[in-house]
Design a protein around this ligand. Structure first.
Ligand SMILES: Cc1cc2nc3c(=O)[nH]c(=O)nc-3n(C[C@H](O)[C@H](O)[C@H](O)COP(=O)(O)OP(=O)(O)OC[C@H]3O[C@@H](n4cnc5c(N)ncnc54)[C@H](O)[C@@H]3O)c2cc1C
Length: 484
């Protein structure tokens, strides 16, 4: 442990990124003074959980992927191990809206990549030419070895064909960003699929090889030497049951925010405090919050990029931050008595491809998670906006959004009955879009970076909660390194 000092670090933004950065700085340097400024009257940013009348309602994010370990590692460190839950094992089916109703997504899909021929053959989502194109995926040459950026759509249609991109994989991958797959950068969103193509020349073979390797690791086996044995393992991998790819918390995603806040020293968090101005003063920073002034040795900006753009010194930095586009979304929740809902609700929910409806997705909360909905009740969530009407979401009243969501849910799911209650959560300009050229922009942001000022959060290296946690950890370590 180094000598105690009187450094002061200010973290701006009380979402998961800012809180994690503050927590890690405190863990690394408990002797430093720490201030977290949050402009709203609550912590969590996009994360908001309402616990009422036996329901646990996650208005924004309701889970995080287990394949990126940063968030689950943090949760364990915070003592939340026994709060971690996975999606219910019996209800992992995903539906796709198709021709006015819900069709099951073929089983064996992984990140939009089909790995089992049988379910694909039987699926009514695609015609025969599209299915044959999908089956031939391993035989299509790998492209773009020159490392140029490609949109999600261009990448997927090159590998899986136009229909595979538009109807199957695209809606799943684009849905995570509520964005337009023709604009989103493949390199900035799903680099792991690019790696699979590079390594295995095929997404299908690569996905199966990865799964086989995972199973071998669990069993402690080494890689088979012969081609035949390798092929057998790939086939076994296609039929093996897979774990839920998601984690959440029994009490909703806010549990992570609450645990982070509790682990900070009293007085660190300052709510209703928006940073209005930031100025370099020699080695230190001068901060303006309303009519108050603060001084700090280092600052972490974990607020949205468009806010950071107004605060950072230097036009070059500011221009690149301003250029990161944000879309607006909303979620609308409906609680019903189980007896009035005709759908079997035998899955986690559904995704709506472009042209198939006005909402982006629907979630059957009670089938997806245990501990969230009282017995005998149904909780549905509609996800609206993004590239499919983010502006409309901003303009419409709660009543209009609720009516639109209800009409769409009933059109696709069949009779729902009268909702017992409804609730709208709005996310104005809250979904950053890593469009084509995003990685180059991040490179420029790094090159134009200012010492003792770190940028972290959903606008940069990934929007998922684990991405935000990993960025926050890196920002905290960088600040500690620079000030030590
Ligand atoms: C509807 C929705 C569903 C999602 N679902 C998932 C999901 O299931 N799984 C997943 O992994 N991810 C999901 N995401 C993405 C994830 O929620 C976000 O990427 C993540 O929460 C962003 O965290 P953050 O701390 O970087 O930013 P934010 O949560 O946006 O926090 C930034 C904070 O900065 C504050 N702030 C702004 N300006 C100032 C200022 N001047 N001074 C001080 N404070 C300021 C804001 O009030 C806010 O609290 C979803 C996002 C949305 C919108």
């Amino acid at each position: 442990m180094s000598e105690p000092s009187h450094k002061h670090v200010v973290v701006v933004g009380g979402g998961v990124t800012g809180l994690t950065a503050a927590y890690r700085i405190h863990k690394l340097r408990p002797d430093w003074k720490l201030t977290l400024l949050e402009s709203r009257d609550r912590l969590g940013g996009n994360i908001i959980t309402v616990r009422e009348k036996g329901f646990v309602v996650d208005g924004g994010p309701d889970s995080f992927v287990r394949t990126k370990p940063a968030a689950v590692t943090l949760a364990r460190e915070l003592g939340l191990e026994d709060q971690l839950i996975s999606t219910r094992p019996e209800g992992r089916k995903v539906y796709l809206a198709h021709a006015g109703h819900l069709e099951p997504m073929p089983e064996g899909m992984a990140l939009g990549v089909p790995t089992r021929p049988g379910p694909l053959v039987r699926s009514r989502l695609l015609g025969w030419p599209a299915k044959l194109r999908l089956f031939s995926e391993p035989f299509w040459p790998a492209g773009k070895a020159n490392g140029q950026d490609e949109s999600i759509y261009d990448f997927l249609s090159r590998r899986l064909g136009d229909a595979g991109a538009e109807k199957l994989a695209g809606p799943l991958l684009g849905g995570i960003y509520a964005g337009d797959i023709r604009k989103l950068s493949m390199r900035a969103t799903f680099p792991q699929l690019i790696e699979l193509e590079k390594k295995h020349r095929s997404l299908v073979v690569g996905t199966l090889a990865m799964r086989a390797e995972g199973r071998r690791r669990v069993k402690g086996e080494s890689a088979p030497a012969s081609r035949l044995a390798r092929a057998r393992q790939l086939i076994e991998a296609a039929w093996g049951t897979s774990e839920s790819p998601f984690y959440s918390f029994k009490g909703g995603m806010l549990s992570l925010i609450e645990a982070l806040a509790e682990a900070l020293p009293p007085g660190t968090v300052q709510l209703d405090m928006a940073l209005d101005g930031l100025r370099r003063d020699g080695d230190r920073w001068q901060l303006v919050v309303g009519d108050q002034k603060l001084e700090a040795d280092a600052v972490v900006l974990a607020c949205p990029a468009r806010v950071a753009a107004k605060l950072v010194p230097g036009e070059a930095l500011s221009r690149d931050l301003r250029a990161i586009e944000y879309l607006s979304t909303a979620t609308v929740f409906f609680a019903f008595d189980r007896s009035t809902v005709s759908h079997p609700l035998d899955g986690v929910g559904f995704v709506v491809p472009p042209g198939e409806g006005e909402i982006l997705a629907g979630t059957f909360i009670n089938s997806k998670w245990a501990h969230r909905v009282p017995e005998g009740k149904v909780l549905l969530r509609a996800f609206l906006g993004g590239a499919r009407g983010g502006d409309l979401v901003e303009q419409q009243t709660d009543e209009q959004l609720t009516q639109r969501a209800f009409n769409e849910l009933e059109r696709l799911m069949g009779r729902l009955g009268e909702p017992e209650w409804t609730r709208v959560f709005r996310y104005p300009k809250s979904n950053p879009q890593p469009h084509l050229g995003h990685k180059e922009r991040l490179g420029r942001l790094r090159a134009n970076g200012v010492p003792r000022l770190e940028l972290a959060g959903a606008a940069y290296d990934g929007v998922g909660i684990p991405d935000c946690v990993a960025q926050a950890e890196r920002a905290a370590e960088a600040i500690v390194r620079q000030l030590a």
